[in-house]
Design a protein around this ligand. Structure first.
Ligand SMILES: NC(=O)c1ccc[n+]([C@@H]2O[C@H](COP(=O)([O-])OP(=O)(O)OC[C@H]3O[C@@H](n4cnc5c(N)ncnc54)[C@H](O)[C@@H]3O)[C@@H](O)[C@H]2O)c1
Ligand SMILES: [Zn+2]
Length: 360
């Protein structure tokens, strides 16, 4: 793909800018008459990303900075109250704008705070991690965690625009890149077999721009067809039913703690196993997926004595109910279904499969 093919991607009500995106932001700010502009960062994006953003905010536009501490543990109501209070203290009215500059924590919580402050003010997403660029910042899901339950409080709310600048990724550590890369792999597996072929050929430590662009296109295509997750959008949950449970289980295990994408990679292995058992994924496809994912991600299996705990996490997941566990499973590489009910026995088998992959 030539760079000039990377036109803005159209969502239902907004554009995702990819090329010269911060110049587009400058034009947007000059064209709009916001009463006040706020920039939300976390401690890392203040250091690594704000200087670049500053260069692109037109001189005559004043803005105030709101900074939160970095980390998922701060994506909670206390920090959210902090954002609301700061907006109020600065006298923000309904014509104010909030620019969220950061990873998924900043874009999710900033969007939630903006969508609820005075019944909703405009906001802009500038995702600065690979995960936030290819996933979190597109699709209109906003939210915060409540205790250990992730994203349980939130809204659907659309930004004015999303501005992607891949230069931000240069200061991200490798582990964070690998975490975001899991969602890129997922996009190929659920939606586009030829894209998955391309993904397999590149070096994940230096993800080419056209892959990031294609991943956003795929996510965007899915969410515009089903903005509120009545059906199709559920395919984006491939790897996540088991992945989230694994992520939650290791959360308080110090050195074993996994980043979201690392857990999703393991979840994709287990759910590919289930796809082979339940929804017709061929053995050859299963093997391709397993050997590719395990060539990138360390396989951290869940000890058998923790299986009951994992099943409980899955039943409490907001996608499921207390009696049935539902997964989005592959039919083949590039085609995914949703609403497959999976028995506890099958879940356990798929976790055992992870152990066999680890022991290979
Ligand atoms: N809304 C959605 O549809 C959606 C989808 C997927 C994930 N999410 C959410 O996204 C969050 C995870 O996102 P994340 O992985 O971006 O986490 P994150 O926001 O915590 O960022 C990861 C780390 O990278 C730092 N960072 C951010 N940009 C940087 C940069 N350019 N250089 C150096 N460091 C930088 C952050 O400060 C943080 O320490 C989760 O809360 C998840 O629930 C939301
Ligand atoms: Zn995910």
């Amino acid at each position: 793909m030539k760079n000039n093919d990377m036109q803005p991607i159209q969502n239902l009500s907004y554009l995702v800018y990819f090329q010269n995106s911060l110049e587009h932001l400058a034009t947007f700010l000059l064209n709009k008459q916001y009463s006040q502009v706020f920039v939300l960062t976390d401690t890392n994006t203040t250091e690594y990303c704000l200087p670049t953003l500053r260069e692109h905010i037109p001189e005559n536009i004043r803005y105030d900075l709101i900074e939160i501490d970095a980390g998922e543990e701060n994506k909670n109501i206390d920090f959210c109250i902090g954002i609301w209070k700061t907006l109020l203290d600065f006298g923000a009215d309904r014509k104010a704008l909030l620019i969220n500059l950061g990873g998924g924590v900043v874009t999710d919580m900033g969007a939630f705070a903006a969508s609820t402050y005075k019944r909703g003010i405009d906001f802009i997403q500038i995702p600065t991690t690979l995960l936030a660029q290819v996933d979190a910042s597109v699709g209109g899901k906003t939210g915060i965690d409540l205790d250990t339950v992730k994203n349980i409080i939130g809204t659907f709310a659309q930004p004015q625009a999303v501005y992607i600048d891949t230069n931000f990724l240069t200061t991200l550590d490798t582990r964070q890149i690998r975490s975001g890369f899991a969602e890129i792999i997922k996009h190929g597996l659920i939606f586009d077999a030829s894209y998955f072929q391309k993904v397999q050929k590149i070096n994940w430590e230096a993800v080419p721009e056209e892959l990031i662009y294609r991943s956003i296109q795929i996510k965007n295509e899915v969410v515009t067809q089903d903005p509120t997750e009545q059906g199709l959008r559920k395919i984006l949950n491939f790897g996540h039913t088991i992945g989230h449970a694994i992520e939650s289980y290791f959360l308080d295990k110090r050195d074993l703690m996994l980043l979201h994408g690392e857990a999703v990679a393991l979840g994709m292995i287990s759910e590919a196993y289930l796809s082979n058992k339940l929804t017709g994924l061929s053995i050859a496809d299963l093997e391709t997926i397993v050997s590719y994912i395990s060539s990138i991600y360390p396989i951290q299996a869940v000890p058998q004595e923790a299986y009951t705990e994992l099943v409980t996490y899955m039943k409490n997941d907001k996608k499921n109910n207390l009696t049935q566990i539902s997964c989005s499973l592959l039919r083949t590489i590039g085609v995914c279904g949703y609403d497959s009910f999976v028995s506890e026995e099958d879940i356990i088998e798929s976790l055992n499969f992870l152990i066999t992959v680890k022991n290979r």
